[in-house]
Ligand binder design. Structure first.
Ligand code: CA
Length: 225
């Protein structure tokens, strides 16, 4: 995940830490200190997201947001210093997407930025039936856009199959990778979990069966179109 992000913050020490954290994670941060300047740049340039301090010296972050919303739907993460500001963000329809309260951890801020961008990307992508998507952070897998309710071993099993589509994994290989260190053992364990996994996939999309059985060998996953 990458792209230009606008940081609107008049305290340079804070802007520096955000800038650094974003850069480290592959984003391209741009900075400005005033609300008016931010609005001008947001009209002219394309950013993926704005990190907007509420306490700026010309316009308040809320006013910047209000004006910005007249011409742009860009996601906004507010930086706030006071709890009453949080009340306004949360309680009123300011039009922000998220906020962090100072002092905040830059890592947390970047994590929030990622969550918002991922959410937007998902909204923009048409869902292809049969697509399996791994949400590593959320420890979830979606099938045809729907989150699957998987047990720990079902999750690991599917994740490993997804890691190498079309590769045939023997039951022994799957045992080794999924059930490493577990008490359970035996080919039946793999078969039982594949069976319940298939049932859960079928519940989402009855026409598709992405897990293939290779007689005498093991299992593979068909490549999503
Ligand atoms: Ca400030």
């Amino acid at each position: 995940m990458s792209g230009p992000i606008l940081i609107v913050e008049d305290e340079s020490a804070i802007a520096d830490t955000i800038d650094y954290a974003l850069r480290t994670e592959g984003f391209t941060p741009h900075r400005c200190e005033l609300g008016g300047e931010a609005l001008e740049r947001l009209r002219r340039e394309t950013f993926r997201l704005v990190i907007l301090d509420v306490g700026l010296s010309d316009l308040s972050g809320f006013e910047v947001c209000r004006r910005l919303r007249t011409f742009s739907e860009i996601p906004i993460v507010f930086l706030t210093a006071r709890s009453e500001e949080v009340d306004r963000i949360v309680g009123l329809e300011i039009g922000g997407d998220d906020y962090v309260t100072k002092p905040f951890s830059p890592r947390e801020l970047v994590a929030r930025v990622r969550v918002i961008l991922r959410r937007i990307e998902r909204r923009e992508e048409p869902i292809v039936p049969g697509t399996l998507e791994l949400d590593e952070d959320g420890h979830r897998i979606r099938f045809s856009g729907q989150p699957l309710d998987l047990t720990r071993y079902e999750f690991l099993l599917l994740k490993i199959l997804m890691g190498s589509p079309e590769r045939v994994f023997t039951r022994a290989q799957l045992m080794e990778q999924v059930w490493a260190g577990a008490e359970e053992s035996g080919d039946r364990t793999v078969d039982t979990h594949v069976k319940t996994l298939r049932a859960k996939l079928r519940a989402v999309n009855p026409e598709l069966d992405p897990i293939l059985t290779h007689r005498g060998l093991g299992y593979s996953l068909t490549r999503a179109r």
